[in-house]
Design a protein around this ligand. Structure first.
Ligand code: ATP
Ligand code: MG
Length: 343
């Protein structure tokens, strides 16, 4: 077996808008080794969940190209029945939106018991006991009571924990965690991150960790991929990325968060948003419209990821001359503070 747990080659996932297909994930390649945590970061709409759903083979209305290999098996070409044996078993996902992941008509314990049944050999009694144990391990108080509840009877944070219990139930070798801790307070968040580490320690599991929370990235990730408008614009070992960010988008993301407040904050970058799929200019550097103070000649026509240091890849030459624009709002706030202090 190769040393890669997951290998993604030129993944392109397109959605149909008004009769035409537009890529939400555009020629994305990366790999994850056993025991490795790869964080995938980027603003809302950059294509993180669309990537995750593509890996799991869960899109129903998308056109997908490229290949995905899991433990050297080409799962991107697998039929539904073979994929069903892997999904929820060796390869599992924590969904960003718990309500899409849970069956509203099924008691919590049955949802966990169901996934245990598909992928395991325990008796019904054992499955029930283990379901309650799992609820306990994801930090749910009174797990025996919650086991008997329906999803709609639970708070958002509790539902998210149930989704995590379902995902880790069969001790996956690859865990795709899409915003796993967003709705959780810091104590539970720490507990969930510990559970993920436990999977790594026990089984050498690899993790694709999608999060807005750069504090979680700093704590968990071995490598970080930064996604903008469907493309990876920078990918590097985590320490290198935090110490030496290069792409204007990465630098804007990191700059938008004062480090002492990093934990728990959502990413807010400079003015503007990720453009809608059908309004995106895909001819040059996709981030160029967000940094209009840069000269057009700084960008490449058809920017590709290039290795600029060991294991550190950046797209487009604009990183070489990029400078952050002083944020007028910040300057204004600073002036107000000074005035407040004087008065
Ligand atoms: N099923 C779909 N049909 C059409 N467009 C879609 C579909 N799913 C996602 N998109 C579009 O694809 C782009 C990427 O969406 P995606 O959900 O992957 O973003 P994301 O990075 O996960 O954002 P967030 O941080 O808000 O979760 C967006 O423009 C979104 O509107
Ligand atoms: Mg998402």
């Amino acid at each position: 077996m190769s040393e890669k747990l997951l290998e993604v080659n030129s993944l392109t996932t397109s959605f149909k808008i008004k009769g035409e297909y537009f890529p939400a994930v555009d020629d994305v390649s990366f790999s994850i080794k056993p025991n490795e945590v790869l964080a995938l970061v980027g603003e809302s709409g950059s294509g993180k969940s669309a990537t995750a759903f593509s890996l799991m083979g869960l899109h129903t209305n998308a056109r997908i190209k490229g290949e995905v290999l899991f433990q050297d098996r080409k799962i991107s070409e697998m039929g539904a029945s073979r994929m069903n044996k892997i999904r929820g078993g060796d390869m599992a996902m924590i969904f960003q939106d718990p309500m899409t992941a849970l069956n509203p008509l099924m008691k919590v314990k049955l949802q966990i018991m169901e996934t245990l049944k598909i992928h395991g050999s325990r008796s019904k009694q054992e499955r029930q006991a283990y379901a309650i144990e799992l609820l306990d391990r994801v930090g749910i108080p009174r797990p025996d009571r919650v086991a008997e509840a329906f999803p709609h009877e639970l708070s958002g944070g509790m539902r998210q924990r149930v989704v995590i219990a379902v995902a880790i139930a069969n001790r996956p070798k690859l865990l795709i965690a899409d915003e796993p801790t967003t709705a959780l307070d810091v104590t539970i968040q720490a507990q969930i991150l510990d559970l993920i580490r436990e999977l790594q320690d026990d089984l050498g599991s690899g993790v694709l960790l999608i999060t807005h929370d750069l504090g979680v990235v700093a704590e968990m990730a071995d490598r970080v991929a930064v996604m903008y408008a469907g493309e990876i614009v920078e990918i590097a070992p985590a320490r290198e990325l935090f110490k030496n960010p290069q792409h204007p988008y990465t630098r804007s993301l990191l700059n938008s968060l004062p480090s002492e407040e990093m934990l728990g904050s959502r990413l807010h970058v400079i003015q503007g948003v990720v453009p809608a799929l059908n309004r995106m200019d895909r001819t040059g550097c996709r981030f160029a419209p967000r940094i209009p103070w840069m000269d057009a000649s700084a960008h490449e026509d058809n920017p590709q990821l290039r290795e600029i240091a060991d294991q550190h890849f950046v797209r487009c030459t604009c990183y070489k001359s990029f400078e952050l624009k002083p944020d007028e709002a910040d300057i204004e706030a600073e002036q107000m503070n000074v005035e407040g202090g004087n008065g």
